[in-house]
Design a protein around this ligand. Structure first.
Ligand code: AMP
Ligand code: ZN
Length: 468
């Protein structure tokens, strides 16, 4: 079955066919590097890592080019550097390194190209010049507004069609940018002047810096060409960022199509509210990594369909960890690859592949992996079990999971489990000492619920064992 993807441009699922199967292009909007990535950001990068893996599987790893940029020019960066009292380059270098660390912990593959905005200024200037020459951009008039270049939304009859935004919605979306130098309030900035204390580059319009949207148009053109296969990002980028990228790229390229498939991940929420720095409800990837293995975080992010909202809870993460424990337990059972029957393994794998090919249905794929783990446990012969284990492992790997040594994983949980249980026993001893018996009983009951039985010995010590 070919890969089917929901295309935001058409609002329907479509079979994916690349322009050229030997050069499949994927562009994903990367981070603005001024702070640690939160788990909502991580969702986007894990979703597109899965898509990258599926494309590599389908077309061969040398035939897919994944470009994910680093936005290292943006006013939020300037503000954060000023607040921290550090040079911008130090802030962006530190944040980029931290971002890479987080993504490695989540087992995402590095993109083939990771272009930085600061390294593509000439391409951005050239693109803006083409837009001015074709009548789709203008230099703002008036002394006090000198140095601003704007995209003229009125020159684009298709503007707003992609995001299906009405004119009122567009202006409301651009509200923060209503400014005297705009001919139309919906016009957006391509270039703006920089004071001495801000980063700036020489341009035909004076020393200045690019607007955010032109960065992605210029970097995707440079690394994937004028028309390419897939562009991804979070749903919050549909308007205005992607609407603006389309307007810029189409007119800078003489009207030729820009992106064939637009793929957007749904938003990760915290108690129902979008997780974002401006709301102030973020949990960083780094904080979560102190609580759980990266693989469990990755799996937790895949427990909802990528287009649906995903509410982040501790329970979701705990369950993801338990799922991995179960899968690794099945993989740790005796296995004999020599007698493995490959046809059977392939067949058992099919439902997982079909789920992933159907618009990356990860909840269904995970439930198929659960079925496989159950079948491994029930297998009546070594050959059958080995074939099913192979399918479970291959299916997991397609999703960037189950790449660790099963026994290593299981020993890891045994070690952390026993340290945690010892710590609970010590806490219970302390409460008993203080004659807070109800609290002591609560700890015993909690452990019992996990299948851990405590035995108080005559010498005052307590030992534990697992319930049979
Ligand atoms: P930013 O660094 O804010 O530009 O975001 C980087 C990526 O994370 C973009 O693709 C955003 O759409 C995505 N993103 C930001 N917040 C969330 C969220 N709460 N849930 C899912 N994706 C998000
Ligand atoms: Zn972008």
């Amino acid at each position: 079955m070919p890969l089917v993807l929901y295309n935001t441009a058409t609002r329907r699922k479509e079979p994916f066919e690349p322009l050229d199967p030997e050069r499949v292009g994927l562009y994903v909007c990367g981070p603005t590097v001024y702070d640690r990535a939160h788990i909502g950001n991580a969702r986007a990068y894990v979703v597109f890592d899965l898509l990258y893996r599926l494309l590599r599987e389908a077309y061969g790893q040398d035939h897919v080019r994944y470009v994910r940029n680093i936005t290292d020019i943006e006013d939020k960066i300037n503000a954060a550097a000023r607040k921290n009292g550090e040079p911008i380059s130090a802030l962006t270098a530190r944040t980029t390194a931290a971002f890479h660390q987080d993504l490695v912990a989540l087992n995402t593959l590095p993109p083939d190209v990771e272009p930085r905005a600061t390294e593509h200024i000439p391409q951005m200037i050239a693109m803006i010049e083409r837009l001015i020459a074709s009548g789709h951009a203008y230099v703002a008039a008036g002394n006090e507004t000198a140095g601003h270049v704007l995209f003229s939304v009125g020159s684009d009859p298709d503007y707003g069609k992609f995001s299906r935004h009405s004119r009122d919605e567009m202006i409301a979306g651009a509200r923060v940018e209503v400014a005297p130098y705009k001919r139309d309030p919906a016009d957006f900035v391509l270039w703006k002047p920089s004071d001495e204390d801000l980063p700036g580059w020489d341009s035909p319009w004076g020393r200045g810096r690019p607007g955010w949207h032109i960065e992605c148009s210029a970097m995707s053109e440079m690394h994937l060409g004028e028309t390419f296969d897939i562009h991804g990002g979070g749903l919050d980028l549909v308007f205005p960022h992607h609407e603006n990228e389309i307007a810029q790229s189409v007119y800078a390229h003489g009207g030729r199509p820009f992106v064939r498939f637009w793929v957007h991940n749904g938003l990760l929420t915290d108690a129902g509210a979008k997780m974002s720095k401006s709301v102030g409800n973020i949990t960083t990837v780094r904080e979560l990594l102190a609580e759980a293995p990266g693989e469990a975080i990755r799996l937790a992010l895949m427990t909802a369909h990528y287009r649906d909202p995903l509410d982040w809870t501790n329970d979701r993460l705990r369950q993801a960890k338990q799922t991995l424990d179960r899968f690794y337990r099945a993989l740790a059972l005796p296995r004999d690859d020599v007698i493995e029957r490959f046809g059977e393994a392939e067949e058992a794998l099919c439902p997982v592949c079909e789920a992933l090919d159907d618009d990356m249905n990860t909840p269904l794929a995970l439930s198929e992996l659960h079925d496989l783990a159950g079948a491994v446990n029930r297998a009546s012969t070594d050959a059958e079990r080995s074939a099913l284990q192979s399918a479970l492992e291959t299916g997991g790997r397609l999703m960037g999971l189950l790449e660790q040594d099963p026994l290593g994983w299981l020993h890891g949980i045994a070690a952390t489990d026993s340290a945690r249980i010892d710590e609970r026993i010590a806490a219970r001893a302390a409460t008993r000492h203080e004659r807070r018996f109800a609290e002591a009983d609560r700890i015993r009951a909690e452990l019992a619920a996990e299948g851990i039985v405590l035995e108080d010995n005559p010498d005052g010590t307590t030992t534990w064992r697992r319930k049979d």
